[in-house]
Design a protein around this ligand. Sequence first.
Ligand SMILES: NC(=O)c1ccc[n+]([C@@H]2O[C@H](COP(=O)([O-])OP(=O)(O)OC[C@H]3O[C@@H](n4cnc5c(N)ncnc54)[C@H](O)[C@@H]3O)[C@@H](O)[C@H]2O)c1
Length: 265
Amino acid sequence: MRPAIDLSGRRALVTGGASGIGEETARLLTELGAAVAIADIERDRLGEAQERTGAAAAVAGDVADADDVERMVAEAAAALGGLDLVFNSAGIGDDLVPLHEQAVERWQRVVDVNLRGTYLVCRAAGRIMLEQRRGAIVNVSSIVGLGGFPGRTAYGVAKAGINHLTRTLACEWGPAGIRVNAIAPAYTLTPMVRSLLDRQVFDPGRLERRTPLGRLGETAEMAQAAAFLLSDWASYITGAVLPVDGGWSAYGAAGDVDAIRHEGA
Ligand SMILES: NC(=O)c1ccc[n+]([C@@H]2O[C@H](COP(=O)([O-])OP(=O)(O)OC[C@H]3O[C@@H](n4cnc5c(N)ncnc54)[C@H](O)[C@@H]3O)[C@@H](O)[C@H]2O)c1
C-alpha cells in the first residue's frame, strides 16, 4: 500500500464548510480519517453539506461575531471530543468597485468576515490547542493578499492581514507545538467564481493566459494543499503562506504567459 496522509484520530473544525473550498476540504479530511465539524453562517445548507462531506458535526454562526465563534468552537470541540486541526475557509468576496465608491460599512464587513473571523477562530481554537500543546491551523488567504488588485481593497487588505496573522501566530505558538500556515489560492472553480464567470465579470480566457499552468484551480487542489499542511507530513512547516495558484504569483512579465508559450512551441 502506498503511504498516504493519515489523519485518523484527529479532530478538525472547518469554517465555511457548507460550500466551495471549505466543503471540499471537509470531505477530504474526513476521507483521510479525521473527525470533522463544519461551521457556516448558512444554517439551511449545513445539513446537506454534512451529508456530502461525511462530517460528524455541523455548527451554525457568524465567524465575525465573537460570541458566535466562542460557541461554535466549543460546540465543535464538545461534539468531536477535542480539537486538533482548524481550516479557516469562511470568507466573502469584495464588491469590485473603486475604493472611493465603496460604502464604509461594506468595506468593514468584508474585512470583518475574512480577517476578524480568522482571528477570532484562531483565538478560540488556540486556547484549546495551547492547553494540549498540539495543533495545526491552516488559514485561507488569496493571491489578492499577495499583490494589488483594483476593486478589491477590503478583500486584499483582509487577506494580507491573514498572511501576517499566520506568521505572527506561528512564531507565538510554535514553542507550544502549534503550527499555523496559510494557503493562497488563485481563481478556483467554486460556486462563487462560477457565478462571476457566468455573469461575465471575469474573462476566463484572460485568467487562463495569465496563469503559467494555463487553467483555473479546482477545489480539490486547494483541499489537498490544506490537508498536507494540516498533517504530520508538514511537521516542520509553520508560518508559511503557500500559493496554490498555478504559478500566478510567480509570473512577473508583461502580457500573457500564453503568447510566449505558443510562439515558442
Ligand atoms: N474561489 C476562489 O477563487 C478563491 C480564491 C482565493 C481565495 N478564496 C478564499 O477561499 C475561501 C472559500 O471561498 P469559496 O470560493 O469556497 O467560497 P464559497 O462562497 O463557496 O464558500 C464560503 C463559505 O463561507 C461561508 N461564510 C461566509 N461568510 C461567513 C460568516 N460570516 N461566518 C461563517 N461562514 C461564512 C459561506 O456561507 C460559504 O458556505 C474564502 O476565504 C475565499 O476568500 C477563494
